[in-house]
Design a protein around this ligand. Structure first.
Ligand SMILES: Cc1cc2nc3c(=O)[nH]c(=O)nc-3n(C[C@H](O)[C@H](O)[C@H](O)COP(=O)(O)O)c2cc1C
Length: 194
């Protein structure tokens, strides 16, 4: 059964509107694929993970493992999960023009040469991930406009990983005075990027 990896970077637990939107998306993906290709959904909830940014010691350990071809170490669990997934869904609230820092740490751990991407002899990157689609779900207090740095970063990384199609799902303006939150949530939009 194909695996959908759900990377949940929502911080406010059940109060999170981003999580609510992501759950709606997961439900519609489930419905769409019910007949031919039911997904097994695997969630990584970043708020309960022990996420550590790379420091000098961990960087050296990582380099040593890679130099010895040890790709199965637990240090590479996130990279292996991303590489082996058949679809990615990422839920992250719009924070400070991007996303919560846990998601950056997650991608730091997931971006591993030899697992999620590699380089050809001429230096051209080669994506090693199986998935073709990544859905990035967010909600924001105001309007994101030209400052969609979180999605753009993840979209660029996914390209590096070989994941060709990115989809941006959002409900915006939720914290503006007088906002009709229920209606904005119902009218959430999806934009497709190649
Ligand atoms: C730490 C923090 C930073 C935020 N930064 C922004 C921002 O830069 N721009 C914006 O429009 N809203 C910002 N917001 C508002 C959130 O984007 C908005 O409330 C969103 O719906 C929260 O998602 P959630 O309900 O899933 O937690 C911020 C909220 C928090 C808590």
């Amino acid at each position: 059964m194909p695996t959908l990896l759900f990377i949940n970077a929502c911080v406010r637990g059940r109060d999170s509107r981003t999580l609510q939107l992501a759950e709606q998306l997961l439900e519609s993906i489930r419905e769409e694929n019910k007949k031919d290709m039911a997904f097994h959904i695997e969630e990584i909830r970043l708020s309960t993970e022990n996420l550590l940014p790379l420091n000098y010691e961990r960087l050296q350990r990582r380099d040593e493992l890679l130099a010895n071809g040890i790709f199965s170490d637990t240090m590479f669990d996130y990279a292996n999960a991303v590489a082996q997934a058949d679809m990615l869904v990422i839920a992250a609230p719009y924070w400070d023009m991007s996303f919560p820092s846990t998601l950056k740490i997650f991608f730091e751990a997931a971006s591993v040469v030899g697992i999620t991407f590699a380089y050809a002899e001429d230096g051209t990157p080669i994506g090693l991930c199986q998935a073709q689609d990544m859905y990035y779900v967010t909600t924001s207090g105001g309007y994101i406009g030209d400052c969609n740095f979180g999605f753009e970063y993840v979209h660029a990384l996914c390209k590096l990983y070989g994941i060709e199609h990115s989809h941006f799902v959002s409900a915006q303006g939720l914290d503006l005075e007088g906002a009709d939150v229920a209606t904005i949530m119902e009218q959430a939009t999806i934009e497709d990027f190649i």
